[in-house]
Write a protein that binds this ligand. Structure first.
Ligand code: SF4
Ligand code: SF4
Length: 459
């Protein structure tokens, strides 16, 4: 490839990325009755590539000169942005559900539904990891949600304050910077005063208390857990109000006050029965721990998570709901974890990482909110590739969408490498991660003691 042809290909690549941004937002379902292959072909036509344009784009991406030139080129500033980032910095957690065992002794167990496998022996990123990751975030970002684990756990708090300061230094006062917490460290009046002071001084704008569900509730029955959560809410909310924290509801939780000292809060939880009306309620996701604890089945089809706020839809860039999740530095298209991360935010700028994926059929299908339709996009590249991928996907249809998608990612990566596509030496790779949906350090040993509300209800 000559220098001129490389710069032409790069230009096409960035035009494609722009098309993806507006297209996902404007046409999330594709045109009525149109396959996603047809939808992608139309997108290619809109930027002047013609019917075969997507295949050409994909094939260009396999050329080593092109890969090297993409590495060496800055991502244009209009593509170097993201609406929000879910940033998990620790799996250290105090929780901590107390209940009476058969011998009438009080025991403490970590939450059975925890997405990241967090608990008292969890691990944290280093301060250097945080610095590198924050430096590699996109230039423009509206919201960063710092999460755990329990970010206010005394062993995690210095790292949390450091992360808040780093984000504030890099993005200034207009960033909606929040922490997600179980609220336990706001139960004590004096401690709340100290904590809120430290968080405010560091530059925090939002406290999200994510424990309004019976999975976090203390008690022996679902009713006791429910009542305990209501008391938890009343106590934490009152302590925060005393410190001047303002509450925002589901209608205005995206808003941000002009006054940088204004700290806001909202509460949510994971509750399959919507018991906590008035709060934002998430559904349980079949991550490995929740499945092992019997809270949800891998066959549970429930909500289509990929199209929800924390799902993958829009992750390659769109005008709304454009989010990626970072777990200990590893970047995922969603909060629910794909089998392999997209890459490592400690080592590579996130916009550049996402740029490598913009012509990948599976990433495009996730970006549109349905990984099971990746074969339709692959049909534009090669019919036999599409057939092989379809077989892989069909083999997972009995499973929950996210569980099936994780399995597909592994087989898909093998398939693309087997076919010799050069870019896949780096896409969908098994890189070392600090934690993922399978991670469940020492707590596996205690699984038999977990109390599954659904199992108890039917007993
Ligand atoms: S669900 Fe939340 S409170 Fe429970 S162990 Fe996980 S991080 Fe901690
Ligand atoms: S289906 Fe896959 S990409 Fe989509 S939210 Fe679930 S795990 Fe993430």
């Amino acid at each position: 490839m000559t220098t001129e042809s490389i710069s032409r290909e790069l230009d096409t690549w960035f035009r494609w990325a722009r098309e993806i941004r507006s297209w996902a937002f404007l046409h999330p379902e594709g045109e009525a009755g149109e396959s996603w292959g047809g939808h992608v072909a139309s997108a290619a036509e809109r930027i002047g590539l013609g019917r075969d344009g997507y295949r050409q784009l994909f094939e260009t991406a396999q050329m080593r000169e092109f890969i090297e030139s993409l590495d060496a080129t800055d991502v244009p500033s209009d593509l170097n942005r993201k609406d929000s980032t879910y940033f998990v910095i620790t799996t250290k957690c105090n929780n901590g559900i107390a209940f009476r065992n058969d011998d009438d002794e009080i025991e403490h167990k970590t939450c059975g539904h925890c997405l990241n496998g967090s608990g008292p022996n969890g691990v944290s990123m280093t301060f250097e990891d945080i610095d590198r990751t924050v430096a590699n975030l996109p230039h423009l970002i509206r919201e960063i949600e710092i999460s755990g684990g329990e970010v206010l756990h005394p062993e995690a708090l210095p790292l949390t304050l450091h992360t808040i300061r780093r984000c504030r230094e890099r993005f200034g006062r207009d960033l909606l910077l929040s922490i997600q917490t179980n609220g336990d460290f706001f139960r004590n009046r004096d401690h709340t005063k100290r904590l809120v002071g430290e968080l405010r001084d560091a530059g925090l704008r939002r406290i999200v208390v994510a424990s309004m569900d019976i999975y976090h509730g203390r008690g022996n029955t679902d009713e006791e857990k429910f009542e305990e959560r209501k008391r938890h809410y009343a106590r934490v909310a009152e302590n925060l109000r005393q410190e001047g924290v303002r509450f925002v509801g589901s209608s205005d939780f995206q808003s941000l006050s002009d006054d940088p000292k204004v700290l806001t809060a909202h509460f949510f939880g994971a509750d399959i029965q919507d018991r906590f009306s008035g709060f934002i309620v998430d559904d349980l996701v079949p991550n490995a721990r929740a499945v092992r604890a019997g809270l949800v089945s891998e066959m549970d089809h429930g909500v289509k998570y990929c199209r929800n706020h924390a799902g993958a839809r829009g992750f390659l860039g769109s005008d709304t709901d454009d989010q990626v999740a970072i777990n200990g530095g590893a970047v995922y298209p969603c909060c629910w974890f794909t089998e392999f991360p997209l890459g490592d935010a400690r080592a590579i700028p996130i916009p550049k990482l996402l740029m490598s994926y913009i012509a990948d059929p599976l990433a495009l299908a996730q970006h549109l909110g349905d990984p099971h339709r990746a074969w339709e996009i692959a049909s534009l590249i090669d019919e036999s590739l599409s057939e092989e991928l379809r077989e892989i996907i069909d083999g997972q249809r009995e499973l929950n969408e996210c569980v099936g998608c994780r399995n597909v990612t592994t087989e898909y990566a093998n398939l693309m490498r087997r076919r010799g596509y050069a870019l896949y030496e780096r896409l969908w790779r098994d890189i070392p991660v600090m934690w993922n949906h399978r991670t469940d350090p020492e707590h596996d040993l205690q699984l038999n003691s977990w109390v599954a509300p659904s199992a108890r209800a039917s007993a």
